[in-house]
Design a protein around this ligand. Sequence first.
Ligand SMILES: Nc1ncnc2c1ncn2[C@@H]1O[C@H](COP(=O)(O)OP(=O)(O)OP(=O)(O)O)[C@@H](O)[C@H]1O
Ligand SMILES: [Mg+2]
Length: 311
Amino acid sequence: MKIDENTTPLLTVDHLKQYFKVSGSFTVKAVEDVSFKIYPGETYGLVGESGSGKSTIGRSIIRLYDPTAGEIQFNGLDISGKMSKSDSQTLRTQMQMIFQDPMASLNPRKKVEDIIGEGLDIHHKCKNKEERDEMVKAILAKVGLAPEHATRYPHQFSGGQRQRIGIARALIMNPKLIIADECISALDVSIQAQVVNLMKDIQQETGTAYLFIAHDLSMVKYISDRIGVLHLGHLLETGTTDEIFENPIHPYTKSLLSAIPTPNPIVEKTRSAESYDYATSGIDYTLGTEHHVGGTHYVKCTDEEFAKWNV
Ligand SMILES: Nc1ncnc2c1ncn2[C@@H]1O[C@H](COP(=O)(O)OP(=O)(O)OP(=O)(O)O)[C@@H](O)[C@H]1O
Ligand SMILES: [Mg+2]
């Protein structure tokens, strides 16, 4: 998808900080001054190693946390501060989340139709049971499940099918943004591709945008229009998928890319993984300036660092 920078973004995250006070004298700075935009209908891939703050960003955006600082605009609403009842209602319907472990996030004692229909019930979206049944049936078909699956329980499904239930639950609210937090990481590789393809098809049809969170770049390459690389709570580099893959600037991004195995044995034999150690890299993430290179690509670094890396 070609992104027109003149379009109004669906989501604008501006200098977001999310800290957790874990004891009297100790605070975890999980997210440190992160800014990015998601345009309507696009997929923004957020990658980074474990503990880099990916889930925290997702959770701050959907307001499971109160952001420590910064602004979040969603569909023209400021959702970073105290929200009115109607704004929070809008957020609860127009932004949905799909989780990593569908077994843990689906209530085992509820039938699939009630899991999927829960949002409709909470927000009084249906006039009667018939209408609700119809909507559930239609959404099951959309995610590739059969009508008779509606009356079954989560444990009667495979991992891939359960994730389809998770997607159906998000989708039934007709959201503008779906936050998918490692939603395919727990699945078999062959099933991962199926689920990603399903998500792409759904996006084509409904125009929903995704914030697609994953550990490694290879997983996000296929689905993302743009990618942001996160490390230690800092967004180091962001750009279109092509820019990130063809012209990575930050040494950390380069090291992530060098870790991806290639299917070509001749190339693979000579592939060398670049290591990146923050402690010895001498990079001060707090001294950030944005460098725009051919559009949206930018990295957080000082001018000297930028000159050094961009060779
Ligand atoms: N509620 C919390 N209270 C205290 N610290 C937290 C809380 N949530 C997250 N953290 C810390 O914030 C940092 C970022 O965590 P987060 O879960 O966002 O990482 P992640 O990138 O999603 O990692 P993973 O890939 O393992 O899911 C970690 O150091 C984590 O321990
Ligand atoms: Mg996480």
